[in-house]
Design a protein around this ligand. Structure first.
Ligand code: PXG
Length: 442
């Protein structure tokens, strides 16, 4: 086989979260990218309406990040982080600590959002055990939440499709809060919806059932992303925080999507003012240039775990070969410096009103039953075609791609979350294309 054959035979690559047979009949290939645009192998430009997969916050192939990666891979390709260290890892941790909420300055590195979710759960267990409350082993997740695909994250997650096949092999001792999505009361809300703070009270019911002394942590996405942009109702996060505090339960925010400017601040804390005990990150941590994730924890949690171990002993039995990989760290350092220099989170906040208006201009379009938004993220929800849920959404994705715009679809919900460097004209084009496309879908 020559190289062209190797690239054109699509059978060997078993694609993740993809309808493989359908895709391979009509593949959508992306060969290059720069700034706000992808390019297909035949040279067609595609405007990136979802920052890759919510991750390329600064736009594609930014020179500073590319150079940092090129330099680093030639200088130090790999160094172990078990009992050794390299300077860029400490720099990356300090750069992250500078933007995490106050007092959440201890950073554990992973390679993905899924690994960050499982790491966060393990930190919660280790913390309670170190304090002599080892009976706190239960977790509380939420319906319609996504915390990746590893067994821990999948168990606390609430995506039926992920749970259907593997449901009998999950972590024991997990309950789920109800999802906060309430179209009857909140359709077409701008920003946080008004109704639904009381969904948090379900946590009291779960505590009453199991007793707080058995519950380690609650994990939620402060804004549920991949399940269709579900925003926290006003007062909901505050109430959840208060109930956790009342019962000594840790609160974990999964910020894999919400982190790094998507909500118009560094993290959900900056947008909503509620501070978790542990937060997970990935994706835009290094503009998605090299796989990387991280978990930030409150200093007291770190100290409790570390100080409980005998001197000279490994305090937390956890880590990955590629934790703090030098090339990933180089990309993170260059990315975080770029975010700061360009004040990208503030830029996202400044663009948010225009973005909101452009999104809500689709109100009244065919089959549109809701539009919701916050910062630089919006969802347009279509009514499902009777007997064929997901078909309208998929058609929207295919037709937008045909018109040169990449959007992300979950069922019949179209999510728009472009790189934070998007100009007004690009925001307008994304929504105008979506409007044109929706008009053609019966
Ligand atoms: N937590 C959250 C909140 C996520 O959104 C993960 C964990 C897992 O991250 P990794 O890096 O292991 O994939 C995610 C991932 C989509 C989509 O279509 C969303 C994600 C991944 C792929 C597709 O919206 N989020």
């Amino acid at each position: 086989m020559d190289m062209t054959d190797l690239q054109q035979d699509l059978a060997a690559f078993w694609m993740p979260f993809t309808a493989n047979r359908q895709f391979k009949q009509a593949p959508r290939l992306l060969a290059e990218a720069k700034g706000m645009y992808y390019k297909t192998p035949d040279g067609r430009e595609i405007l990136d309406g979802c920052a890759g997969l919510w991750c390329v916050a600064a736009g594609h192939c930014r020179d500073e990040i590319v150079r940092a990666v090129q330099d680093q891979v030639a200088r130090l390709d790999f160094a172990p982080s078990f009992q050794f260290g390299h300077p860029l890892a400490f720099e990356a941790a300090n750069r992250l600590a500078a933007i995490t909420p106050p007092g959440m300055d201890r950073i554990f590195f992973t390679n993905s959002g899924s690994e960050s979710a499982d790491t966060a759960l393990k930190i919660a267990l280790a913390y309670h055990r170190a304090r002599g409350e080892g009976s706190r082993t239960r977790f509380v997740g939420r319906e319609r939440s996504y915390h990746g695909v590893n067994f821990g994250g999948m168990s606390v997650g609430g995506i039926p499709g992920n749970r259907k096949v593997f449901g009998n092999s999950m972590l024991p001792g997990v309950d789920h809060l109800p999802a906060t999505h309430d179209l009857a009361r909140n359709a077409f809300s701008r920003g946080q919806p008004a109704h639904g703070a009381e969904f948090a009270d379900e946590l009291e019911r779960i505590v009453a059932l199991h007793d707080a002394s058995n519950i380690a942590a609650v994990i939620i996405e402060p804004m549920a992303g991949s399940t269709g942009v579900l925003l926290p109702p006003k007062g909901y996060l505050e109430r959840l925080r208060a109930i956790c505090d009342r019962h000594g339960i840790l609160l974990i925010f999964d910020e894999v999507i919400t982190g790094f400017g998507r909500l118009g601040g560094a993290f959900a804390y900056d947008a909503f003012g509620v501070k978790p005990d542990i937060m997970t990150m990935a994706k835009a941590i290094n503009n998605a240039t090299i796989p990387m994730g991280a978990v930030a924890v409150r200093d007291e949690l770190h100290d409790a775990i570390v100080n409980a171990a005998p001197e000279g002993a490994i305090e937390f039995m956890h880590g990955y070969t590629y934790s703090a990989h030098p090339v990933a760290c180089a990309a993170a350092n260059a990315t975080l410096a770029l975010y700061e220099r360009e004040q990208l989170f503030k830029r996202a906040a400044a663009m948010a009103p225009h973005f909101e208006a452009a999104a809500h201009a689709l109100k009244g379009a065919r089959n549109v039953i809701d539009i919701r938004n916050f910062g630089m993220v919006a969802a347009v929800e279509l009514a499902a075609r009777p007997g064929a849920p997901g078909k309208r959404g998929y058609e929207a994705l295919v037709k937008c791609f045909g018109k040169g715009v990449l959007v992300r679809v979950t069922g019949d919900i179209v999510a728009v979350s472009p790189p934070l460097v998007a100009e007004k004209a690009e925001v307008d084009r994304i929504f105008a294309t979506l409007a044109e496309v929706i008009a053609t879908i019966d």
